[in-house]
Each structure stands twice: as C-alpha cells, then as structure tokens.
Ligand binder design. Sequence first.
Ligand SMILES: C[S@@+](CC[C@H](N)C(=O)[O-])C[C@H]1O[C@@H](n2cnc3c(N)ncnc32)[C@H](O)[C@@H]1O
Length: 635
Amino acid sequence: MAICANLSHTLTSKFKKANLYYVAATVVLCCTFYVIGLWPQGGDVTTIQLSSTAILPTLPCNPSIKTPNPTPSSSISIDFTAHHTADSLTALSPSARVNHFPSCNPEFSEYTPCEDSKRSLKFDRNMLIYRERHCPEKNELLKCRIPAPFGYKPPFRWPESRASVWYANVPHKHLTIEKAGQNWVRFKGDRFVFPGGGTMFPRGADAYIDDIGKLIKLKDGSIRTAIDTGCGVASWGAYLLSRDILPISFAPKDTHEAQVQFALERGVPALIGILATNRLPYPARAFDMAHCSRCLIPWGKYDGLYLIEVDRILRPGGYWILSGPPINWEDHWRGWNRTADDLKAEQDQIESVARSLCWKKVIQRGDLAIWQKPTNHMHCKINRKVFRKPPFCQEQDPDKAWYTKIDACLSPLPEVSNVRDVAGGPLVNWPERLTAVPPRIASASIEGVTAEGFSKDTELWKKRVTHYKALDGQLAERGRYRNILDMNAWLGGFAAALVDDPVWVMNVVPAEAEVNTLGVIYERGLIGTYQSWCKAMSTYPRTYDFIHADSVFTLYQDRCEIEDILLEMDRVLRPQGSVIFRDDVDVLVNVKSIVDGLQWDSRMVDHEGGPHVREKLLIATKQYWTVPAPDQDKQ
Ligand SMILES: C[S@@+](CC[C@H](N)C(=O)[O-])C[C@H]1O[C@@H](n2cnc3c(N)ncnc32)[C@H](O)[C@@H]1O
C-alpha cells in the first residue's frame, strides 16, 4: 500500500493541472492491479511466507526447484509452482534411514503378540484371565518382520474362500479330526474344505440360519449387525454375510486350534477375543443380534456377569440367541454327558438372569432359544425394587470398552419420555441405515459432529475412495481384496464408500481418539473395534489385504514409536497387500523411511485437493516373501 501512496503523490505533483478525476481513477486502477497480482499466491502476503517457511526447511528439496526468497522485495519474481509436490519428496537421507528390518525366525510365522501362549501361562486361570490380552512390554517387542510360511498363496477370493483355505497358509489339521463329526472342516489335498457345519449345526449354518429366520425377522433389514461369541471357524457369520447381515465373530486362542485364523482366511470378519473379565471391545448398543451356539461361556455364573455384558452391547430391542446346553436339555442331556437336573438348574439360572435384565423370552423352539432386550428402561427402572441385582451402573461410560472391567451392573439406556420410545432413537433398516443420520449424531451426543457434517463426510469419502481406486489398481479390482482394516475410522466414511464392493472393513476407533465414534459406526450398520495402536491387534499375521491409515501417525506421534506401529501393520498385512497412508507431509516422510526398511514398495502422491495441501498420501505394497523351503534352510 506504501507503493500506492508514493505513486499517488508523484502523480499529483507532476500533473497539477490535470483533471483530478482522471488521477484518482488511475490510482484506483493501479492499486487494484497490484492486489490482483498478489491474489493467485493465496491473496495474503503473510500467508505465503508462513506456509513456505513452515514446510520447506524441513524437507530435502529437489535442487531444480527454486526456493522462494522469504524476504519481500520489489524485485521478487512471482513463482506460481507448488514447492512441495509429492514428486519432489524423497525419504530421509540414506544415513537417516532405518536399516532393513530382518526376518523373524520362522517359528513366529503365526505370532499374535498379545495372545502368546508362553506369556499367557503366567496369568491367573481364574475366570480365564490368562486367555485375555497380555501384551509384550516395550523391551520385549520384536524388531523383525513376521514371515509367511513356505508355500503361502494369496487366499481364495470371496465367495470361494468361504469354503476353501490353502493348507500352506494355515497348516493345522487338528480340527479336521476333532470336529469331524460336526462338519467344521475337512482336509483335501492342498486345501481345507469348510462344509459350513458347526457344533450345533452339523447340517450346515445355512439351514440353521433358516431356522432362526422362522423365529425372528432376518430379511427386512432390521437386523444388520451381529456378534458370534465363541465362533469356532465362524460358519454362522460366513453364511449371514450372504444375507446382508454383517457379523463379528470371536473366540480365544485355545484348544480349538487356529479357529479364528481359519475364519479370517475364509474372508469372514473375526477377532481373537474372550468373554472373561474385560468388556468386549465394542460400544454400548452396537449389535442387533448376539449369538452363542455351544460357546462354552458360563452365562448363568458370576451373577450373570456375561449376560450383563451382552446386554450392554445389544441395541435396544436387540436379540440374544442361544443354542446348545442347556437349551433343549430334555432331548439332549444323555448326549451331553450331564444330568438332567444339572442342565435344568443351568437353564433356570439363565432364565432368571435374563428376567433380571428385563429381557423378554421371545421363543424357544427345538434347539433354539431367543430373548429380546427391552427398547427402553422405563419398566426396568421401576422393577429394580423386585430385582435388586443387577443395579443400574452409576456414572460409568457404557461406550468405554478398552481394558475396562465388566461391572456387575446394568448399563442404563438413554432416557425416554414415552414407554413406546426407543432409547437413544430408532434405527432405520438396512440399507438406508448406512446414510441415514445416526441417532447418536441426531441427538448431538458426538462432540463436534452435526447431521450436516455427517452427510458431508459421507460424500467426501465417496470422492476419496474413487481417488484411492485410481491410485491402487488392486483396490479398484473387484474381488482382489476381501479383508480391509481402517486404522482410524472416524465415522466409518471410508467403509461406507466401499459398501458395494465384495469386501468387509474392520473400522478401528483408536482408544486414544479424542471423540469416541465407534457407536456411530455401528449405528450405520458397519462393524469395528477399539484398539490402541501402541499395542498389537488381537489378530493373526496376514489378516488384511488392505489397510487404510488416515492420520494415524499424527495421532500417535508422541504416544508410541512409529516403527512399532509399522511393524504391527507389516504383521497383519498379507503379502502383496497394500496400504494407503494419509497424513501430514512431514509425518509421511518419516513413515516412508521406515516403510522402505520394511521393504515395501511405496510412493508419495499429492492429496486429491492438489499439491498445495500439506496432507499427502503414501501408497505402499508389501512384497511377497516367505520363509525358505525347509531343505533350503539346511544349506
Ligand atoms: C464347541 S465350540 C462351538 C463353536 C461354534 N459356536 C459352533 O457352533 O460350531 C466352543 C467355542 O467357544 C469358544 N469359547 C470357549 N470359552 C469362551 C469364552 N469364555 N469366550 C468366548 N469364546 C469362548 C471356543 O474357543 C470355541 O470357539
């Protein structure tokens, strides 16, 4: 503006007699063009200087690109090119790079750090505490890459994978013998074949689900999310998927050798987990249906503690389905090697706990019994005078479920004003549920997220996923990927954008996230879990085909080592699987240097908004490699 003032003064003295209007018009035009000249660089001189100096000094620059002079000068030549395009970014200098991580010993090829049997034996056997998560201390963390077994092949594609798994990928035959009569799994040449049987459904899960469908509505979209407790090889979940019902199956690492590993190889959503002393890692009011077929969980014991936990995670009006002992003991007690009295007492106990939770027994027919959670707690609050146990929980966040002990108290549902109301707000049926405003957002219980913000987020992720597919041909190829992990899922927008693809997404809401959004994800009809990325995930090596890591490394920057998170990602990623990282450019430069050490192929690309955005994408693919052939090993 000083230049404009000087110019104005000179002009007035030189052309004293000139028409004042003419002079004024010239001054105005001069100033206008000066300002327009600045505009393409951001419209504000201060902004240009700040953004340039904030980014460039921290990055190794390509010498062919000129560094702008940060001091304003009249001789400055305005340069409109972007100075931090992804192409110009290189990883840290070779000396700053992490050395290549070596391969771990072949015996670690199925290593699950938090469910390691050697470590677990040091813990209490009471209530199966020893089978819960017990993760290595920092000084015990492996600094090597978990190898795939020799002969590992990319898993069969869905839906073939539901019935076939390569033997080389999960070389464990134990269940083919132990569960032969129940049709869980058979061994055939180079592969396992899964006929769909289970302990309570030797005729196959499909026929069993048909039986359930005769008792409650499975087809109208009111039941979308489900949980299978004690899942075996997850055939129940596998056959629900073809009915547009999205299950999470879990079971511990116990004598049912590699059961969850089989489930994952089959392309069925599953986690290693157990109902013991900690809450299951899901928010309250998450599932439309919970299921146990002879899952060996002592439902009536410990004052109904485990049914209290099922109650917490069931949505209002959700169903609990039980088959196996003690249901239909009258027909089965001899085969179950238990006395009729014992089984009857167990059933009485379960019925009594269910009543104390205000559940309604919907039906018991044949081998199936079904209960329903109330849609609100109006009556339940009144009848606490009759049922003193369990009391309602006081001042406890029902959504908190990461290393949270199960308390023997009933998680209160949100208040309602009418006995017919659904606590927390009703859910619409699937598939509309995916894009309808989730009740938690409509009721403003998610800090900083409005209904409008939610819809915009859905649209944003549609665009981003289209961009991702242009960058990663494997993601775009229908059927190439099946098991997908979103490490920081926010509202589940990434998963929602993939809904028409034959994939499932495990949406993780980090335990450290400022806002807990996992409840919203479930209200959309998607599934997920809590997880702290400072620790290992409860899953097997080579679980996921694709990982999305949005702002993960910014979130964990001062919390734990980037290197440890990346080694964990390497563990759970399948050979030839890929990862898209989305993060601040400086963070990604560091990530890239470690990813190089993992021997992944990677490249940095610009944000879909263009090169001027600090946020960038890093696309990486894990190479295919396995342990050497056994005879090669000896050489
Ligand atoms: C007999 S198998 C039944 C498997 C499957 N539900 C079926 O019908 O084929 C028992 C299952 O319960 C699991 N299980 C045992 N105790 C458990 C617990 N406390 N929490 C979760 N799962 C458990 C076992 O690991 C196994 O998967």
